[in-house]
Design a protein around this ligand. Structure first.
Ligand SMILES: NC(=O)c1ccc[n+]([C@@H]2O[C@H](COP(=O)([O-])OP(=O)(O)OC[C@H]3O[C@@H](n4cnc5c(N)ncnc54)[C@H](O)[C@@H]3O)[C@@H](O)[C@H]2O)c1
Length: 337
């Protein structure tokens, strides 16, 4: 029996969480969900976006599946996502993006896995005003050799384990010579230890253009926090949007799985949320928990369900809802066809 902390989150979070619970049940995954809250849901429940009880549960059970959390823009509380990643040292954010035959996109040959450093860069939250009038602001970025080594090693090890051929390191070392320059330097040193894997480095602006023009040339990609955040959304866009890309936040002792997308307030509560991304994240969690066979069965059912446009959600050209898609995946899990 797996024991996993379940945080439904905000906006479309509760809808896609119900989808995962239903599919896991249909797939007969032995799971004990430990309910917890965070984000606006935490504020509503107990006045805290990151309640102590939620932290205690993650400390105890070490693995969580988390729906998207709304972060106030400008003022308000600090991002709970960023806090969790830092607090549990979830240094490795893995975001696969691959073309799915049934999902309409002009980019049919994408198959890349992005490794985003998840704890440093511009996300350390050190910002301040430089004058009393508050007309000049400063933001600090920190990149350490240790954190760079951990994420870059994770990317190479993943490439080796999954028989991937190439690692592309993305940086801006022509301008940010110390911070991303250090990241690039560590990448070059690490590449020597993996002679069987091709290594290249690209400046981030060129990378953004190349991803659109020749996305098939990318395999495993490793980059710093902000670049990875932006480029992984771009990768999602290439393969049909945020509704179809899962992600994992993994550290040495803890792991939190979530979709790439946010709480999508524009479609919350309307049955329009595509649960595919969150289901893929949940499959990554099953892989992590050592239940790869179940994960693969669920993935196959999702891919099959995506072929039936009458049940798919509107973001990928379907005519269905969150629950019609979920129902079809469950039916396929039980009936097999
Ligand atoms: N990991 C996280 O919890 C996370 C990640 C990103 C953004 N956020 C937060 O989410 C909130 C909204 O952010 P945003 O609007 O910039 O990004 P978003 O990802 O929530 O939405 C962007 C667009 O994609 C669509 N979309 C997203 N997920 C979808 C799905 N599963 N199915 C169909 N369409 C989907 C939305 O309707 C919207 O049009 C903000 O508070 C932001 O801070 C949280």
């Amino acid at each position: 029996m797996h024991q996993v902390v379940l945080i439904p989150g905000d906006g479309i979070g509760p809808e896609i969480t119900e989808s995962v619970k239903a599919v896991f049940k249909a797939a007969d995954v032995k799971m004990n969900w430990l309910d917890a809250s965070a984000g606006m849901a935490g504020v509503d429940l107990c006045g805290d976006p990151l309640p102590e009880e939620t932290l205690d549960l993650i400390k105890l059970y070490k693995v969580a599946l988390k729906g998207p959390l709304t972060t106030p823009v400008g003022g308000g509380y600090r991002s709970v996502n960023v806090t969790l990643r830092k607090m549990f040292d979830l240094y490795c954010n893995i975001r696969p993006a691959f073309s799915i035959a049934a999902v309409p996109t002009p980019f049919t040959t994408v198959d890349m896995v992005m490794f985003r450093e998840n704890t440093q860069g511009l996300y350390i939250g050190q910002e301040k005003w430089l004058n009393e009038e508050q007309t000049i602001a400063e933001s600090k970025a920190v990149i350490s050799r240790e954190a760079s080594e951990k994420i870059i090693r994770a990317a190479f090890e993943y490439a080796k384990l999954h028989n991937r051929k190439k690692v592309t390191l993305v940086h801006k070392a022509n301008i940010l010579k110390l911070t991303t320059g250090l990241f690039l330097q560590v990448g070059k040193e690490m590449a020597v230890l993996y002679p069987e894997i091709q290594f290249e480095d690209l400046i981030v602006d060129n990378m953004a253009m190349q991803m659109v023009i020749k996305p098939h040339r990318f395999d495993v990609v490793v980059t710093t926090n902000l670049f990875g955040d932006i480029l992984s959304d771009l990768a999602s866009g290439l393969v049909g949007g945020l509704g179809v890309t899962g992600s994992a936040n993994i550290g040495t002792d803890y792991a939190i799985f979530e979709a790439v997308h946010g709480s999508a307030p524009d479609i919350a509560g309307q049955g329009k949320a595509n649960p595919t991304a969150f289901l893929f994240s949940a499959c990554m969690m099953l892989d992590y928990l050592g239940d790869a066979e179940k994960a693969e069965k669920i993935r196959q059912a999702i891919l099959k369900a995506l072929e039936n446009k009458s049940v798919c959600t509107g973001d990928i050209g379907g005519k269905g809802t969150t629950s019609t898609f979920t129902g079809e995946v469950c039916r396929l899990m039980v009936n097999g066809k």
